[in-house]
Design a protein around this ligand. Structure first.
Ligand code: ADP
Ligand code: MG
Length: 386
């Protein structure tokens, strides 16, 4: 079956569409003998005003409800155009679509609200509108079912990592560098229950924010600004003492943890530093927080992991990649990009949501309780028939 995956991440940079073919026998509760082959992918930038609206909505304490309702109907129009354009370019048509939607708010940890303790999440982009435009079924809203089962609603990509990377002899760590950085650790010959996955902290989000603030550009292209700056080591060390980095997995992060307030704090600590030094420092924070998470929570038994496979937009930031490589060298991990495993780094998350839609369509679960903290595997998402 050809399935399209549509992803728009916390960077709010745009829409990634992947077309995948899923086939083969299925074994166990997760059907993990299926083969997933990428047929192609494409990336579409959000129009500038849409991006700005999304970013302001994510950070808003007050915003007209009417505008949020409008966004919920605008996004599927953009998603539909993106899917149709990709199908046209690849001369293939999807029979099913998995659409993540745009997260406006995510709070994986339960907190009091009106006399109850709740964990909540909200992805905008209505599935019924998208299904109607495309004329095929759409699975959307993947996160709530995991949270209803006691999970944090994230990360959900680990099942895809497990399908793609599990190996009888090599232990592998998949690292995604989106707005947030998250990893999936799959020991050699692992069963789904042995997969460890969590958010390590910021990926590009803080780098993007300081670059926007100080250089009026949406991101540090190829890491050029950071390459000309000097890292303020003391600031990185101080920030890494914050509770998020010390907390044991399962854990998730988003703009709630590493958005405007966090960036304001970081800029405050960097007072008087040159603007390029601050971008370099934000870049080092991503690299060092990842290495720290690996040392603290993942690399417990020597020799358990060999490969470190990187994906996401951050792969294109060469300064970040150089800093990361330097951090990982003493940890004995061999770094490669997900391109080597048949999935270009910018296509991986979109391809993952195609697989998740296929799972739901076939009444199979796709959350890994060891990754999200849920009490059981759950069928994720809502189906709109189109
Ligand atoms: N050429 C590039 N140089 C540096 N960074 C880049 C480049 N291209 C993309 N990025 C970074 O990747 C981010 C988008 O990554 P993505 O994987 O789409 O994240 P998300 O899933 O959060 O949307 C951009 O915001 C930017 O920070
Ligand atoms: Mg993106």
């Amino acid at each position: 079956m050809i399935v399209a995956g549509v992803m728009s991440g916390t960077s709010a940079d745009g829409i990634n569409v992947a077309l995948v073919r899923i086939a083969g026998p299925s074994r166990g509760p997760y059907g993990h003998d299926l083969t997933v082959k990428l047929l192609g992918h494409a990336e579409y930038r959000y129009p500038r005003n849409v991006r700005h609206f999304i970013l302001s909505a994510m950070n808003a304490t007050r915003i007209p409800v009417a505008d949020l309702a409008r966004l919920n109907f605008l996004l599927p129009e953009l998603y539909a155009e993106a899917v149709l354009a990709t199908e046209k370019r690849l001369a293939r048509k999807a029979k099913l679509v998995g659409c993540h939607g745009q997260t406006l708010y995510h709070q994986g940890e339960a907190a009091p609200f009106l006399g109850r303790k709740l964990a909540v999440t909200w992805q905008s982009g209505d599935g019924a509108v998208l299904a109607t435009r495309l004329g095929v079924p759409v699975v959307s809203d993947f996160r709530p079912a995991d949270m209803a089962a006691g999970g944090k609603g994230a990360p959900l990509v680990p099942l895809f990592d497990f399908f793609l990377y599990r190996d009888p002899r090599r232990g592998r760590i998949a690292q995604n560098l989106g707005g947030i950085a998250n990893l999936t650790a799959i020991p050699a010959d692992a069963s789904p229950g042995e997969v460890l996955a969590f958010d390590t902290g910021p990926g590009n989000m803080v780098i993007d924010a300081v670059t926007e603030r100080l250089f009026h550009r949406p991101f540090d292209r190829d890491g050029r600004i950071a390459a000309g700056g000097r890292v303020l080591d003391r600031v990185v060390t101080d920030v890494l003492r914050e509770p998020f980095f010390r907390r044991a997995p399962p854990k998730t992060a988003g703009r709630e943890e590493f958005g405007q307030d966090f960036v304001r704090g970081l800029l405050g600590r960097c007072r008087r530093a040159r603007a390029s030094d601050i971008v370099a420092t934000a870049t080092a924070l991503t690299a060092q927080s990842i290495a720290e998470a690996l040392r603290r929570f993942v690399l417990k038994k020597p020799g358990q992991y060999q490969d470190y496979i990187v994906s996401g937009g951050g792969v294109r930031n060469s300064t970040l990649m150089t800093m990361l490589a330097k951090q990982l060298l003493p940890l004995g991990l061999e770094i490669s990009s997900s391109d080597k495993f048949g999935i270009p780094s910018e296509a991986k998350e979109a391809a993952a949501f195609a697989l998740l839609a296929y799972q739901t369509w076939n009444r199979r679960p796709s959350n890994l309780p060891s990754a999200t903290g849920a009490t059981r595997p759950a069928l994720l998402g809502k189906i709109s028939y189109g």
